[in-house]
Design a binder for this molecule. Structure first.
Ligand SMILES: [Zn+2]
Length: 464
């Protein structure tokens, strides 16, 4: 796309200034921390947790990710802080909630005043690199802060297949690091499971005799228009194509993991695998993402391979805002001011402490969710119309609780309201992408627009 910045963008010094809490035990510059582990952060866009084999999906979508999970900490209840790309990844890299970050809609970018995970790692002597494949986490939206190298050659739109290119760029970076003294931090962002769903070679479920309206590579606009008429066969075909994209992505993630094994780097590399949000296939009467806070959209995989920590599973609810503080703790670096997450390594002092996790979106209405144990409440709109779910007995959120009779809801609702007020009070000014006329035109053609608190206009192609 013409408005995307292509090529390797070097930004050795970000405009973010000094960390609020400078790492106390790390000297500045390269080679300062040769004994610290490398860090690989893998994010697959639009990957709902329950479509990975290691989380129980009956289709073999993820052999490489499953192999990583087998030697890692697997979090069974990880939550994204928003059901679409920019706010979710902003929360991941800042350990703050989207409203506090000033992120509202399509034009919202990461403020240069924030101190992000890659900036702290860069300051601690890490060689930092990223490969991204969606404009909503590109340099235009401020996501290059703290990266010595930021590759955007795979930001190619929704019809392109880019997992191979993302892994190629990642492997090229890793090869430059084989004899390096300083540790590295690499963020790989994959995009293929995002609509359009394209049948890939080696699909885990081969094509059948389905002859309905769903087609490989179909525009989201067409699916959105037809969403009220989709049959279970249509949804099954959508899921089959989605699984094909996941398997294709897994294959290319596997190439990177194999490289780490082959070169012996795996034993000294923390690997965090996750997603920015999930995807709906009729679970609550719609398709796509961004417009609800149901489990299929904010339930994400989270797998952490941490050298020295034995493989296990964690059942407590955790959040993407936990990744940043957990990594700092694992590296012996002090926390940053204003972090909302916690250290979720098994055995940490914080992991068993009671907590409430929040998630939010402004698309399709103003929605705010609070999760505490197995209880989840969601408020909608200015007056906070409330729905509650018992996730233990109703994991698919099919039967809302009777709010008035539930003591847990009565206790949790004020906490959600207080959090909302605190977020509004703490919110930094929105930092917006400066779009040219051509940019705006391209965005309109892709279906983006300023409908942050409205239902998307029917017939427009929406990609979040
Ligand atoms: Zn996304």
């Amino acid at each position: 796309m013409a408005w995307a910045i292509l090529g390797l963008v070097c930004c050795a010094v970000s405009s973010c200034g000094e960390p609020e809490t400078p790492p106390s035990n790390a000297a500045k510059g390269k080679g300062a921390s040769p004994n610290r582990p490398n860090i690989l952060l893998i994010v697959v866009d639009t990957l709902r947790r329950d479509h990975l084999s290691c989380y129980g999906h009956p289709v073999n979508t993820s052999p490489a990710i499953d192999a990583l999970a087998a030697k890692s900490v697997v979090y069974n209840r990880a939550y994204a802080q928003a059901p679409w790309t920019t706010p979710s990844l902003a929360a991941l890299l800042s350990s703050r909630y989207p409203t506090a970050l000033g992120i509202k809609g399509d034009r919202s970018a990461l403020s240069p005043d924030l101190v992000l995970l890659p900036e702290v790692l860069q300051e601690a002597g890490y060689e930092t690199a990223a490969v991204v494949s969606h404009s909503f986490c590109s340099s235009r939206w401020g996501f290059d802060q703290g990266f010595n190298a930021f590759d955007e050659t795979n930001v190619l739109g929704h019809a392109a297949v880019t997992s191979e290119g993302v892994s190629d760029q990642g492997l090229a970076f890793l090869q430059t690091q084989e004899d390096a003294q300083e540790p590295w931090f690499l963020w790989l962002h994959y995009f293929d499971p995002h609509c359009a769903y394209i049948e890939q070679e080696g699909s885990p479920t081969p094509p059948n005799d389905y002859a309905g309206l769903v087609k490989s590579g179909q525009l989201y606009q067409e699916l959105w228009q037809a969403r009220r008429d989709l049959s279970e066969d249509d949804y099954n075909e959508l899921r089959r194509l989605y699984d094909s994209e996941i398997r294709h992505t897994d294959e290319h993630i596997g190439r990177v993991l194999d490289h780490l094994e082959r070169t012996g780097a795996m034993d000294n590399t923390i690997i965090v695998f996750t997603a920015d949000h999930g995807e709906e296939f009729g679970d609550h009467g719609s398709i796509g993402h961004a417009r609800t806070l149901h489990e299929e959209l904010i339930g994400v995989p989270l797998i952490a391979h941490i050298p020295g920590i034995a493989p296990t599973t964690v059942e407590q609810p955790v959040a993407l805002i936990d990744v940043y503080p957990t990594l700092l703790s694992a590296l012996g670096l002090p926390p940053q001011q204003g972090m909302e997450g916690r250290d979720i390594r098994p055995g940490s002092a914080q992991i068993d402490q009671p907590r409430v996790i929040f998630s939010e979106t402004n698309r399709g209405g103003k929605l705010r969710a609070a999760i505490s144990g197995n209880l989840k409440i969601v408020t909608r709109g200015r007056f906070g119309q409330l729905t509650a779910f018992d996730l233990e007995n109703d994991p698919t959120e099919a039967k809302p609780l009777d709010n008035r009779q539930h003591a847990g809801v009565l206790a949790l609702a004020p906490l959600l309201a207080q959090w909302g007020e605190r977020m509004r009070a703490e919110a930094i000014p929105e930092h917006t992408v400066d779009l040219t006329g051509d940019d705006q035109s391209q965005l309109e053609q892709l279906g983006y627009g300023g409908d942050d608190e409205e239902t998307p206009r029917r017939g427009r192609k929406r990609k979040d």
